[in-house]
Design a protein around this ligand. Structure first.
Ligand code: NAP
Length: 530
């Protein structure tokens, strides 16, 4: 089969005009590194051409960053929520106003399409607005039922954790970098962040805008360097760890956080399933499958890699899905003309090609795609649909994190649910049915932190008021909603006991006191109070 790629080929592209050398230098100057730092060079995935030279931080630099962050945090904790809100809303406006710069950076560093990059712009605007508007109520002291009615005045307080380390990956360089820093800052913390080196410029762009919006300088700082070099220092200084990346790295971070007895939120890998029920609208489900499997060339933690289709509609669904996939425009362009972009690094391309080769060698059938596309650029790969996939094949159970999906037929819905749940992961899932109530009831039986009915992932991800995160090997903790803010706080209970305490009043024996309390407990039970 051939894939239509009417978009401009990558080799004809040069970097966008916004990415001048002085502009890149201004962004990288924000990195916290010693003047004697070693530099590392990133390359643009579309073409392989050099993109930026970035100063690499050492463990000593990181220690210094934490010391400054701690001082800045002590001042920030005293800044009113109203002032924090104003800064976030200014940041929101700047992100929208200057979106072209951000879109160019995301595309240049990650290789994704402008459409996929634009979703990150909207995501960050939504996140900034949401926490700007909800944080004051979420962080306000809450009255709680006291130990003795009326006499115990009990309040729950929320304090910032202190300095939060955020480690963010390259696949959604704006969403993952700024999306977690925003609630941490709003809750009164300082943030020390290690964005992935490949996409550090995008994270630095968000930092620049936040500083322009009025965020004090040392409150949000960034360093780059390999986890193996500065990972220990990033753990040693943290009061809380927010990590997004693979499950293997997440386990190491969890072990470090456990050793230090600090909290950690881990947003990890997945092998997400989509279930197409026999009553689904086939055309919409096929379009939904395209949207589910190939955004950011499949390098999306919530994208779909396993597709379970009711046997009775399998042929019709597969035909519609394959047809739509073959029409996708694959290529590089700094405009909205392209459907699927490039992979980001050569390791991803190797994984994708190895997974497909292994599956094909063991008997899988390629229904669409299947090949790398060096004619378009060094890291392009066709959106690929496989069938006849069996458990011996690597991609049956392992995350590919690329534009590859396997289709499996099923006989009845119980079998579909069992197959969808037969994985240690549990990040995201999707169910398609014309019957909304049925779709939701199947959704509730899937082992995944988010499940979308008649949508791929945007419905749940975009519902910023609701928590988002993984079950099982897909992680711990939740971003978005109240959870996504409160995880960056330390909760404290202040209970003020007035008049009568817990000991018997003067002149009352313990025996009499115990009888009085027993009567009181029975009365409370009869009154139906808690
Ligand atoms: P990775 O190997 O775990 O690395 C992710 C980032 O974390 C890299 O920048 C890496 O830096 C850094 N890192 C890893 N271990 C570290 C440590 N001990 N200390 C400090 N930094 C450390 O993951 P990846 O393969 O690049 O990213 C893709 C994975 O992320 C996929 O599995 C995907 O599903 C997952 N992901 C999950 C979500 C979610 O929300 N659940 C979102 C996006 C991506 P170095 O490589 O320089 O060491």
């Amino acid at each position: 089969m051939t894939i239509d790629h009417t978009a401009a080929t990558a080799h004809a592209l040069s970097l966008p005009a916004t990415l001048t050398r002085p502009r890149v230098s201004r962004l990288t100057a924000q990195l916290a590194a010693a003047p004697t730092a070693n530099y590392t060079t990133t390359c643009a995935p579309y073409t392989g051409e050099p993109l930026a030279d970035l100063p690499v931080s050492t463990p000593a630099d990181v220690e210094d960053v934490f010391a400054r962050a701690r001082r800045a945090q002590a001042r920030w904790a005293l800044v009113s929520l109203e002032e924090r809100r104003r800064i976030l809303l200014r940041f929101h406006d700047l992100v929208l106003e200057r979106q072209d710069e951000g879109l160019d950076l995301m595309q240049a560093e990650n290789g994704k399409t402008r459409r996929d990059a634009f979703l990150e712009i909207t995501d960050i605007a939504i996140t900034a607005r949401y926490y700007a508007r909800t944080a004051a109520a979420l962080l306000a002291p809450k009255r709680r039922r006291g130990a003795i009615p009326v006499l115990t005045h009990t309040t729950e307080l929320r304090h910032p954790k202190g300095v939060v380390t955020v480690i963010s990956p390259w696949n959604y360089p704006l969403s993952m970098a700024a999306g977690d820093a925003i609630p941490a800052l709003m809750a009164g913390n300082a943030v020390v962040q290690k964005p992935d080196t490949q996409t550090a410029l995008t994270a630095l762009w968000a930092l620049e805008l936040m500083r322009e919006a009025g965020l004090p300088k040392d409150l949000w700082q960034m360093v780059i360097g390999r986890g193996s070099s500065i990972g220990d220092a990033l753990m040693a200084g943290a009061d809380y760890m927010m990590f997004t990346g693979s499950t293997a790295s997440g386990r190491r971070i969890a072990a470090g956080a456990g050793e230090r007895l600090i909290g950690a939120s881990l947003e990890l890998g997945g092998k997400n399933a989509m279930v197409v029920l026999e009553d689904a609208d086939i055309d919409k489900a096929a379009a939904g499958a395209v949207a589910a499997c190939f955004p950011s060339a499949g390098q999306l933690c919530v994208s779909i890699e396993r597709l379970y289709v009711a046997e009775e509609i399998r042929d019709e669904f597969v035909a519609a899905f394959v047809e739509r996939t073959r029409k996708l425009r694959l290529g590089a362009a700094y405009d909205f003309s392209v459907d699927v972009g490039s992979l980001t690094n050569s390791a991803q391309l190797e994984t994708v090609t190895a997974h497909i080769a292994d599956a094909v060698a063991k008997g899988a059938t390629v229904l669409a795609g299947g090949h790398a596309r060096p004619d378009l650029g060094p890291l392009f790969h066709e959106p690929t649909i496989l069938t006849d996939v069996t458990p011996e094949m690597t991609l049956f159970a392992h995350e590919t994190f690329g534009p590859v999906v396997s289709i499996y037929p099923y006989r009845d819905v119980e079998e579909a649910i069992a197959m969808a749940n037969a994985t240690p992961y549990g990040l995201n899932a999707s169910v398609w049915s014309r019957n909304g109530a049925r779709g939701r009831s199947v959704a509730a039986r899937l082992h995944a932190g988010t499940v979308n009915v008649n949508d791929a992932f945007a419905a749940a991800w975009g519902s910023i008021d609701a928590p988002m995160g993984g079950m099982g090997d897909s992680g711990l903790g939740r971003r978005h909603g109240a959870d996504g803010l409160l995880e960056y706080t330390e909760v404290q209970t202040v209970a003020h006991q007035r008049l009568q305490g817990f000991a018997p009043p003067r002149g009352v024996s313990y025996e009499r006191w115990s009888r009085i309390l027993t009567l009181a407990l029975r009365a409370l039970r009869r009154l139906g109070t808690h």
